[in-house]
Every structure is written in structure tokens, then in C-alpha cells.
Write a protein that binds this ligand. Structure first.
Ligand code: C5P
Length: 397
């Protein structure tokens, strides 16, 4: 696939990671892309215009209203590009993008863009985790902006955590995928996400801490790679993406019904939902149980849904997830791989606070029969999803 000739606007904001934008620009031009650079005033304090001008072969656009006679840029013209990439994107620019504020050339260009927009955030880990930034990122993502999650590690400010701008080679890969036929083109992917709720009475239920983030990350990654994606969402309070089909369910039986119906028409099942293993034997659909009645509650096992679906034999891939408490329980995942007739299982340790359930990050081991285990060190759920899909693609071939 060639991306040669695509017109890109690379917008650089004021972060120490501006130096990575120079490297990104080098990769983009080397890949044959036609790049115009916008720099905010703050970004020029980190890296001067000359570096970007030399590598792009064009002068750098900085002013919204340029009165000089040679002015060749304006936001409307820039916004006709095939893609706009904001890298690095500071918390301030992300916030203004989400709010629709257009007080500089970058922001005006963003609002005028018709084509896709990518943002590559870069900031201190506490800023990245601040509720305001999280909400702004969700808003942009919901509106179709492609967010390239920052990596985790040592940050320029001395702190350690999430906030390092994604590496330029990763960003280039995402651009290639955006313009090319994805490696999951025409593949029908079904994802289950979230945690089921089994009612006890009219007001109480049994559930778990699954947020659905891993499943949603898988769905979004598969969609961007060209797949036809359907999500069965069990109690997921997360932003939805246009282009992906969602069915909301609450209980295990509801999830099972939706899954049996949709499974017929899928090529790959990614079973990321945390399905309750138990339900209450005599649910009280109306009213509230009294304290003494709760003592008499009986739990019965639910059916293991993924085991009961015909997988491998008919060419469908069944991918399971095994959330285990502690590294010592890793081998339980391998047993489930076999017992449930899965093509692949993803082990993750839920004893840690920093990864897994209800977190934006994960650390996973991908297990495939007859293959060496693949360990994915702590990273965003989106990056974990991409690694899982890499394996799905190679199994499909
Ligand atoms: O709960 P457990 O660790 O056994 O889950 C492993 C896999 O089996 C997961 O992919 C989960 O979605 C699936 N599962 C299921 N039906 C259940 C319990 C789990 O399909 N009742």
C-alpha cells in the first residue's frame, strides 16, 4: 500500500516532545507524504521554524492572519489536507479543540478540516489523568478524532507515568493504516465488552469491576483496521464510535441471546466481557429482599457461553480473555484456552491497581496453541488491542 502524495498538515504545539515532531516529519516526508507544518507560538520556544522548514521544504505556517504579501497559507487552504496530525498535542490545545475555540491558526484549521484528524497527546501524567483532560479526549474521540495514546515511562518533568508522546514510527503505522486497505478489511469482528449484572431483586445485582474499556479498544482498533465491527456491550458507560454497531445487554442470558444471534455472522469473536459465573436461583424481579431473606440466597452457575459456541472447526476464531488474580494463576489461562476450545487467550493479572479492570492500561500475555507466549508490557489498552489484532491477522492467514 502506498501513501505517497497524501497531503498532511502537521501541527506542533508547545511541549518538550516537539523534538519528536521533527523526527515524525522526517519519517513522513521519507514515506513520500506532502507535509505542511503549523507551529504555535509556544512550540517555537522548544524548536525553531528552521528545522521544520528544512525538512518539509516549505515555510512554516504560524499566523492566523498573515498580512505579508507572500502569505501562502490560511486555515481554509490548510484544512483541505488529507489528514491533520497534532503532535505533540498539549492539554491546552486538546481542551480548546474539544471546546471549539479557534484563537490561533492550528485551532481554526482543525475546525475547518473535512478529512481525518489525529492527536498525539504529550503532557505530565497527572495532567493526562485529570478529569478535564479525560473528558476532552473522550469528546474528541466521540467526534471521530483519532487519539494516539501516549506511552508510559519517564517523563521530561522527572515524573514517571503515562504522558510520553507516542513514538513517530507508531504514528506513521497508524497513518499507513488509515489510508491503506486495513489488514482486517472485510473481516467481521464481534466483540463482547463490559461486565454482566445478575439481578438479586429489583434493586440489587451481582456484577464485577469490568468497565468495557478493553473490549471497546479492541472494537475501535479492529474498525480502524478495516473490519466490520459489532459490539455486545454489557453495562458499558463509554463513548461510542460512528461506524461500529452496538447492542446493549445487562444480564448473562441477554448477552448469550445477542451473542448466539450475532456469532452466526462473524469471522472472529473477541470475548472480552467479564461474564458472571453465577446467578441467583430465585430472583425477585419486584421488591427488595429483607436482610433475613438474603441469608437464604442460593447461587447457581451460569452456562459457559464461549465454550458452547462452535469455533475453530467452522473457520471462526474464538478469542477468550482470562483475568486472573495474581501472576501465579497464569497457568489457569492456558487451561481455559484448551477447555473452552479457544484459538487464543489473553491472560491479564487483576491483582494490580495500575492495570486491568477499570483502568486505561493493561499488561497482557497472548497465548496461542503451538506458539510461544507473547508478553505485552504495561501500555494503553489500545496498544494491547493492536497487539492482539496482529495475532488475529496472522491466524486468519
Ligand atoms: O470467567 P473466565 O475466566 O472463565 O472467563 C474466560 C473466558 O470465558 C472469557 O473470554 C469470558 O468472556 C468467557 N466466559 C463465558 N461465559 C461464562 C464465563 C466466562 O463465555 N459464563
Amino acid at each position: 500500500m502506498t501513501i505517497t502524495g497524501k497531503r498532511i498538515v502537521l501541527a506542533v504545539t508547545g511541549s518538550i516532545a516537539a523534538y519528536k515532531a521533527v523526527e515524525l516529519l522526517r519519517l513522513l516526508t521519507r514515506a513520500g507524504l506532502e507535509v505542511r507544518v503549523i507551529q504555535t507560538a509556544a512550540s517555537r520556544k522548544f524548536i525553531g521554524e528552521m528545522s521544520f522548514q528544512a525538512l518539509s521544504g516549505h515555510s512554516v505556517a504560524t499566523e492566523l492572519f498573515d498580512t505579508s504579501s507572500q502569505a501562502v497559507f490560511n486555515h481554509i487552504e490548510l484544512a483541505t489536507a488529507d489528514l491533520m496530525i497534532v503532535a505533540p498535542a498539549t492539554a491546552g490545545t486538546i481542551g480548546k479543540m474539544a471546546a471549539g475555540i479557534a484563537d490561533n491558526l492550528l485551532l481554526s484549521t482543525y475546525l475547518a478540516m473535512d478529512g481525518p484528524v489525529m492527536v498525539c497527546p504529550s503532557m505530565n501524567n497527572r495532567m493526562w489523568n485529570h478529569a478535564a483532560v479525560r473528558e476532552n479526549i473522550e469528546t474528541l474521540s466521540r467526534r471521530g478524532v483519532i487519539v494516539i495514546e501516549p506511552g508510559t515511562g519517564e517523563l521530561a518533568c522527572g515524573a514517571t507515568g503515562a504522558g510520553r508522546m507516542a513514538e513517530p514510527d507508531q504514528i506513521l503505522k497508524r497513518i499507513e493504516r488509515l489510508f491503506g486497505p486495513g489488514d482486517l478489511e472485510r473481516v467481521r469482528v464481534l466483540v463482547t465488552a463490559g461486565g454482566t449484572r445478575e439481578p438479586i431483586d429489583a434493586v440489587r445485582y451481582i456484577t464485577n469491576r469490568s468497565s468495557g474499556r478493553m473490549g471497546f479498544a479492541l472494537a475501535e482498533a479492529a474498525y480502524e483496521r478495516g473490519a466490520d465491527v459489532t459490539v455486545i456491550a454489557a453495562n458499558c458507560d463509554l463513548a461510542r464510535k460512528d461506524g461500529i454497531g452496538y447492542f446493549d445487554v445487562e444480564t448473562v442470558p441477554e448477552l448469550e441471546t445477542a451473542l448466539r444471534r450475532e456469532f452466526e455472522n462473524c469471522d472472529v469473536l473477541l470475548m472480552a466481557a467479564a461474564v458472571s459465573d453465577y446467578k441467583v436461583s430465585d430472583t425477585r424481579p419486584t421488591g427488595k429482599l429483607e436482610r433475613k431473606e438474603i441469608n437464604d440466597l442460593q447461587l447457581i452457575q451460569t452456562r459457559d457461553i464461549v465454550s458452547s459456541l462452535q469455533g475453530n472447526g467452522n473457520g471462526k476464531l474464538k478469542v477468550g480473555f482470562s483475568a486472573e488474580y495474581g501472576e501465579d494463576n497464569r497457568e489457569r489461562a492456558r487451561l481455559k484456552l484448551e477447555e473452552k476450545g479457544l484459538s487464543m487467550i489473553i491472560f491479564n493479572d487483576i491483582s494490580r491497581d495500575d492495570i486491568g479492570f477499570d483502568s486505561t492500561r493493561n499488561e497482557i500475555t497472548i497465548m496461542i496453541p503451538g506458539h510461544e507466549d507473547i508478553f505485552v508490557e504495561k501500555t494503553s489498552k489500545r496498544n494491547c488491542a493492536e497487539r492482539v489484532l496482529d495475532q488475529v491477522v496472522s491466524l486468519l492467514h
